[in-house]
Ligand binder design. Sequence first.
Ligand SMILES: [Zn+2]
Length: 265
Amino acid sequence: MGTVVLRCYAELNDFLPRTQRNTTIAVSCAGHETVKNLVESLGVPHPEIAALLANGEPVGFGYLVRPGDRVEVYPVSTVPDTPLFPLRPPLTTFRFILDAHLGRLAAYLRMLGFDTLYRNDYDDPELARLAHDEQRILLTRDVGLLKRSLVTHGYFVRTTVPVQQIGEIVQRFNLRSLVTSFQRCIRCNGLTRPVEKAAIAHLLAAKTRQYFDRFWQCQECGQIYWRGSHYARMQQLTEQVLCQTDEISPSLPVTSDERREMCDA
Ligand SMILES: [Zn+2]
């Protein structure tokens, strides 16, 4: 059995044991394993990978690693400045599906207008199937779930505080310019639209009916929204998220020289 030399760049190191971070790793290789399986066996889930090079050449997930190969693994933030092998079909829109532990993040994404599927009773096979069938980005803190082969687009949410998580997702997927606040129902993900007060007045509490005149209603579940104190808090949060995140370019290319430097290090 021979050895493959492998290097993971930037945030992919989050998935490696401390001793293997930001350095080259020697991995045993019999010669019949795909690069996808090899990298996942080290801990890195395939949806986090944006580009793969084997001996300086772009390869796909199905590339069979051979003893003596030098493999480089790149995340979306740091890709080489060479033509790349497409690892997955490109997304045409940003739609999400979240695991059961990310309920607050789901509400925040809906608040910013993003189509977000969330239920606290989806199991892992169902989450992977829905992500695949509906071409949704799977957000989770479960690395094992991200490694499922059905999942093509996914992301491991690094932070655990919901209000920081929404900032992280907006930054990671460069969503700032796509935010359309308060057009989606936080409860069910349906779209909302303005509704005449007279049509829903009988559903309102007395004080709401007295102090507010403009209302919106979810087209799916009927939930009624108005611009009360809850709205003000959400608006403040939205502004906070948008202030804390920057418009970013989709990736920061690594030049050939920089890459060589890292490989030789
Ligand atoms: Zn609804």
